[in-house]
Design a protein around this ligand. Structure first.
Ligand code: NAP
Length: 493
């Protein structure tokens, strides 16, 4: 039992949040860990006060002080309007690695029971489509920017390899859609392949994300650690939770350079709020992850073991599990009853499925933080050339009419029209097929000789196009880095 005291920000959250968080706090305290809790608000109650961030200044200040958060789910307004307070929290504190274990649990029947499902999904947590940079570029066309950086990729991929080392795991699978999104998912894959060389004792494989979904349904036990981009990870980690009993059992930690946030994967399940019927296992197991992060490895082990014993013996079974086994829900344990049972079982170990322990057991150290070593010199050494411009234009015009007009605008200058495309498919010069138009076209101009373009020439070209096409919406510079195009071709090019 530790005598040191820790400070942790606790956010009860919305819906069933306060119930499950209370369960986690009770178990932690019963495990003998002393924590000074700083209670803070976020989510629905904060949006209602008119704070559109959902995370008030006092909460941010508390997290800056404590660096560790135990939180309940936060409700997200759907559709247009406020951003998700969850995503805001993860991004504000740069918790770049979302870690979600999915392991077979005793007493939790699933289609895969006995196959040895035991994986961790490590999801990049800050970038990708979750950067949330969206625009309506015309009244009818929305666009979301997918942002993937080398730094963001390197941090989370290194984290995954370091986690494999700490946990004594032998394989890391990168799951991407690099075959389609070559500049973004492709960069993630490239960084993965580079970093894998630094971990020769760990098998590194790359699979396309759709195949990962297929393999997860077919043979989930083949996976060990899966590292992936944000949206892919969001989807496959919920899938993985479903393989081992559902959201009631899915725990998670969000790790950053300075702050870590621990929470159940599930949401606020509003229909169960205040009824004392929700399964608190996910939040209790997230609390064990938090204890490990705080250096309280022995207490973390005791909490995990107590949960496993409780599930194994089935003396307190929550409604979700009773429903899965076709039992009478009136006989189910309440949230409080299940938590009481876990507390009673502290100090005992499961007989069948043992908990997995980190390979470096003595100290249960947190996963080492990856260092970022790219200096300005590194970037200065990259040979770069701007070779053209993509201009997006809202127009009713057919590409066959717009094309000659744009060619006329470029005539005599350093650029030539390379193509016009509609939603990624080349429509001019015609390839003989007609794409269904949505009043938004993209015209690509490249320098005639493939040489470098001056900013003044690019701006002059943009000005000439804008003068004839007032529906232009935005532009994108086209670069070549170290001889490789920093832009993709159009479909059919
Ligand atoms: P949800 O709250 O996770 O609930 C979906 C269903 O999952 C529930 O109706 C229930 O299924 C089951 N479930 C969830 N947690 C459970 C638990 N602890 N024990 C047993 N069953 C559990 O998802 P949602 O209804 O889509 O989202 C509700 C709100 O939560 C939304 O505002 C959403 O934005 C937010 N949310 C927050 C977070 C977060 O804070 N990290 C994550 C996800 C969603 P049955 O109906 O079959 O019993």
């Amino acid at each position: 039992m530790s005598s040191a005291s820790h400070r942790v920000t606790v956010i009860p959250g919305d819906g069933v949040g306060p119930e499950v968080v209370r369960a986690g706090v009770r178990v932690i305290e019963a495990a003998g860990v002393r924590i000074d809790w700083e209670e803070a608000a976020a989510g629905a109650s904060v949006f209602e006060t008119g704070d559109t961030s959902g995370v008030p200044a006092e909460t941010r200040a508390s997290i800056e002080r404590t660096k560790v958060v135990l939180k309940g789910p936060l409700e997200t307004p759907v559709g247009f309007g406020e951003k998700s307070a969850n995503v805001t929290l993860r991004k504000l504190f740069e918790t770049y690695a979302n870690v979600r274990p999915a392991r077979e649990l005793p007493g939790v029947p699933t289609r895969y029971a006995g196959e040895g499902v035991d994986m961790i999904i490590v999801r990049e947590n800050v970038e990708d489509l979750y950067a949330g940079i969206e625009h309506m570029v015309t009244p009818d066309v929305g666009q979301c920017l997918k942002v993937i950086s080398r730094k963001g990729s390197e941090k989370v991929i290194r984290y995954a390899f370091e986690l494999a080392r700490r946990e004594g795991r032998g394989k890391v699978t990168a799951a991407t859609k690099a075959n389609i999104m070559k500049m973004t998912e492709g960069l993630f894959k490239k960084v993965f392949e580079e970093l894998a060389l630094e971990y020769p004792e760990i098998k590194a494989e790359h699979l396309i994300i759709d195949n990962v979904a297929h393999q997860l349904a077919k043979d989930p036990a083949q996976f060990d650690i899966v590292v992936t981009t944000n949206l892919n990870g969001d989807i496959i980690s919920d899938l993985a939770s479903g393989l081992v009993g559902g959201l009631g059992f899915a725990s998670s930690g969000n790790y950053g350079d300075t702050v870590a946030i621990f929470e159940a994967v599930h949401g606020s399940a509003p229909k169960y709020a205040g009824k004392d019927v929700i399964n608190p296992t996910a939040l209790i197991l997230s609390s064990a992850m938090m204890l490990r992060h705080l250096g309280e490895g022995a207490a973390a082990n005791r909490v995990e073991d107590a949960v496993l014993v409780t599930l194994e013996e089935g003396t307190a079974t929550t409604q979700d599990l009773v429903r899965q086994t076709g039992g009478d829900v009136d006989t189910a344990a309440s949230t409080t009853g299940f938590t009481d049972a876990v507390i009673t079982n502290l100090g005992r170990g499961p007989a069948t499925l043992k908990a997995r322990r980190p390979a470096v057991a003595a100290a249960n150290p947190p996963v080492p933080l990856p260092a970022w070593s790219y200096s300005p010199d590194h970037y200065a050494a990259i040979e770069r050339r701007t070779v053209g411009l993509d201009i997006f234009i809202e127009t009713e015009a057919e590409a066959d009419r717009l094309g000659p007009e744009l060619e006329g605008i470029a005539e005599g200058g350093p650029f030539e029209l390379h193509f016009i495309e509609s939603r990624g498919t080349k429509v001019y010069p015609s390839v003989g097929l007609s794409a269904d138009g949505v009043r938004l076209l993209r015209a690509r101009f490249l320098t005639r000789d493939g040489g470098a373009a001056a900013d003044a020439d690019l701006l002059a070209l943009q000005g000439r196009v804008a003068a004839r096409q007032p529906g232009w919406t935005h532009i994108e510079k086209l670069h070549v880095f170290d001889g490789a195009d920093g832009f993709t071709k159009a479909q059919g090019e």
